[in-house]
Ligand binder design. Structure first.
Ligand SMILES: CC(=O)[C@@H](O)[C@H](O)COP(=O)(O)O
Length: 254
């Protein structure tokens, strides 16, 4: 079970809701993924225009927890404003802090991310900050009281997979809160790898929403994450430089 601030989830796949070809495919993909946590960008919600189409209308929100994110924020102040707006709309108490510090890489601004996390924790939110794969920053976010850390595998939407498995494994080793690998996952292999490294969960969006068949890819990601987790729990064999026979002859009479 994935446990975030005392709340338990069977699914270890957190799914983004942006960039699907249409709401129907999005709904089917969400169902196929069996995700229990869906993230969406507060800034893109039609909070002020309830007559406009809204992805929430298509989702069974009794079955899922919503994780609004503060994408679009460039400062802690903006991120806090987005979070408060989401909470005032009655959508959640969980928030994914996303404060972007670089337009080219969409990497998070570490200083503003720390500030926003601190402020939102004071406000009583369950705070899940998106961070780079910086080991020290992940530790500082946890020390502040973040309820999970979400290191990026690679730049958002790049589909490059896990660029720095070493850093991710350091973050996983040191963290007592859940580590949710977020952003840059391109294929089921990447998602399984994150889980085999020992991540508690994976958050992804583009790999599913922009796949040729998003519904099939949602299933592939669900299965990959389950397989990766099982593999982690089963503990893989060590890698060796030389061969060892799979059917040893020792002890046989002929
Ligand atoms: C939806 C969301 O929260 C994204 O900002 C997230 O980081 C996913 O990234 P990918 O689209 O690369 O999976």
């Amino acid at each position: 079970m994935l446990t975030i601030n005392g709340k338990q989830f069977k699914s270890r796949l957190l799914l983004g809701t942006g960039k699907y070809p249409n709401f129907d495919i999005q709904k089917k993909a969400v169902e196929m993924a069996e995700s229990e946590i869906l993230t969406f960008t507060v800034r893109r919600m039609n909070i002020y225009e309830p007559s406009q189409p809204n992805f929430l209308e298509n989702i069974d929100i009794d079955r899922v927890s919503l994780l609004p994110n503060t994408a679009g924020a460039k400062t802690a102040e903006e991120a806090v404003r987005h979070a408060k707006l989401a909470r005032a709309s009655g959508l959640c108490d969980m928030i994914k802090v996303e404060v972007i510090g670089c337009n080219k890489t969409l990497l998070p601004d570490p200083i503003e991310t720390l500030k926003a996390t601190e402020e939102l924790l004071k406000e009583g939110f369950t705070v899940l900050p998106y961070t780079s794969d910086d080991v020290v920053l992940a530790r500082k976010l946890e020390e502040l009281g973040a309820h999970a850390v979400m290191p990026g595998a690679s730049p958002i939407g790049s589909g490059q997979g896990i660029i720095n498995p070493l850093n991710l494994s350091f973050i996983i080793e040191q963290s007592k809160v859940p580590v949710i690998v977020d952003a840059g996952i391109g294929s089921p292999t990447d998602a399984a790898y994150a889980m085999e490294l020992g991540a508690d969960a994976v958050l992804l969006n583009t790999a599913v929403s922009r796949a040729k068949d998003p519904v099939k890819m949602a299933k592939a990601m669900r299965l990959a994450i389950e397989a990766g987790r099982l593999g982690y729990e089963a503990e893989r064999i060590p890698k060796k430089r030389t061969a060892t026979a799979s059917s040893p002859m020792e002890g046989m009479s002929i």
